[in-house]
Design a protein around this ligand. Sequence first.
Ligand code: MN
Length: 222
Amino acid sequence: MLKAVLLFSNFASLFIHLKKKIMKQTMPINGKFSLAELPYAPDALEPVINAETINYHYGKHLQAYVNNLNALLPGSPFENLSLEEIVRKSDGAIFNNAGQILNHNLYFSQFAAPKENNTPSGRLETAIKQQYGSFNAFREAFENKGSTLFGSGWVWLSRDQAGTLKITQEHNAENPLKKGLTPLLTFDVWEHAYYLDYQNRRAAYLAELWKIIDWEVIEQRY
Ligand code: MN
């Protein structure tokens, strides 16, 4: 009995260890990255994000970044590095495509079907309340960073090594990982992310996104 319990706990810790590793590193297979699978159907996020946007944004834009990176890697010093290492170490076209793959992987994997009153729980909820006063105050600060980012980019919630939360604006393909932060939550404010659904109304898109955040995913990243 004791043996069985020990065996089980060993397996459990191995599984947790593997899961953490997978979350931290995205490795190429036979030198190629592939399009990450969506954890939901293309119409699952409607009406916040419509299937047509998913088909273009995920199916065309993200696929193009994957194809571009795979074409650029052979013969470069970044072959066989993880996506995260490429983002940390590269610049130019390789960085732009790798950064956009990492950013979009974090973006698309953080959503689930819309829910009203969709808020975080547990340690993350406590940290948000401690730092921002309330979830609504945090939400306002985050949306404001998204609305005021000029041009193309991303607004991020990250944690630093001490566990302090940070909201940052990152231009183009940048990721807070390069500042030593752990990215938790991101809103894509490139026009391709919202134009089909919201046209020029970026603030409306940002306000709607809270309904489809899968807080379990964000809490796991935290
Ligand atoms: Mn995008």
